[in-house]
Ligand binder design. Structure first.
Ligand SMILES: C[S@@+](CC[C@H](N)C(=O)[O-])C[C@H]1O[C@@H](n2cnc3c(N)ncnc32)[C@H](O)[C@@H]1O
Length: 226
């Protein structure tokens, strides 16, 4: 069984085409994808020995030899054209950007699925600055946590109208349009969190409260139309 956040990633993988999972750790995603017949084969990459041993146990226990393990930094162990989908889940946004930028053949990849656990605004800003096609943007909740999934097409060049729009970079250009339940719950939680931060800062006598007020007003606008 995959957790909901990894199910969300699996939903966007190109069917019938090989996949690479960067920072695979337990290798549950690539093993699931192969066993369910979603992809014919997978390359599971991690830069550390412990996670790779964990991945090997999963592959052995679930008898899934079509998942190959490689040790290395980010996408570096991949040859150009070896896979059609690359997944980067459970890493920080800044790390994901640096791993993608370090791979010279990025533009040859039909699809990259990212699930950054931090730095969402920076990841969107990078997509916009690189003019990379943004195919999908979704949110799921798992327990107390909210997970953002971004599906990009590095081979597609697009001028994003939201590139300089702080509100879209914060809230997600596609999520603002589709307003799924997990996104609305996240907006409400962020609104409450910012309200608490503003009250605390104000009680502590902080003077420059404008940035907090602006963020709070932004969230409130999106609450209001629910
Ligand atoms: C939190 S786990 C995420 C595991 C899995 N992708 C998931 O979402 O459940 C992050 C994994 O990324 C690996 N990792 C961190 N930096 C890496 C890098 N530069 N190259 C490859 N793997 C890396 C870590 O060793 C760890 O196993």
């Amino acid at each position: 069984m995959l957790p909901p956040r990894l199910h969300e990633v699996a939903r966007h993988v190109l069917r019938g085409r090989p996949v690479a999972d960067i920072g695979t750790d337990h290798a549950r995603l690539p093993v699931f994808l192969v066993r369910e017949g979603i992809v014919p084969s997978a390359i599971a990459i991690d830069n550390k020995v412990g996670p790779l041993a964990h991945a090997q146990r999963t592959i052995t226990e679930l008898e899934c030899p079509a998942v190959a393990l490689r040790q290395g930094d980010g996408l570096q162990p991949l040859q150009t054209g070896e896979v059609d989908t690359v997944v980067l889940a459970g890493l920080g946004g800044a790390k994901i950007i640096s791993l993608l930028q370090a791979w010279p053949a990025l533009a040859t990849l039909p699809r990259v699925i990212m699930q950054p656990n931090t730095g969402w605004v920076a990841v969107r800003a990078w997509i916009a600055a690189q003019r990379i096609g943004l195919r999908q943007e979704t949110m799921v909740r798992e327990g107390e946590h909210t997970y953002l999934t971004l599906v990009i097409e590095p081979g597609v060049t697009v001028q994003h109208p939201w590139a300089d729009d702080d509100e879209a970079l914060l809230l997600g250009p596609r999520l603002m349009a589709s307003r799924p339940p997990a996104w609305r719950a996240w907006v409400a939680a962020e609104h409450a969190r910012l309200g608490r931060a503003l009250r605390r800062a104000s009680a502590a006598g902080a003077t420059d409260l404008d940035p907090l007020r602006i963020s709070l007003a932004r969230m409130k606008r999106h609450l209001a139309s629910d």
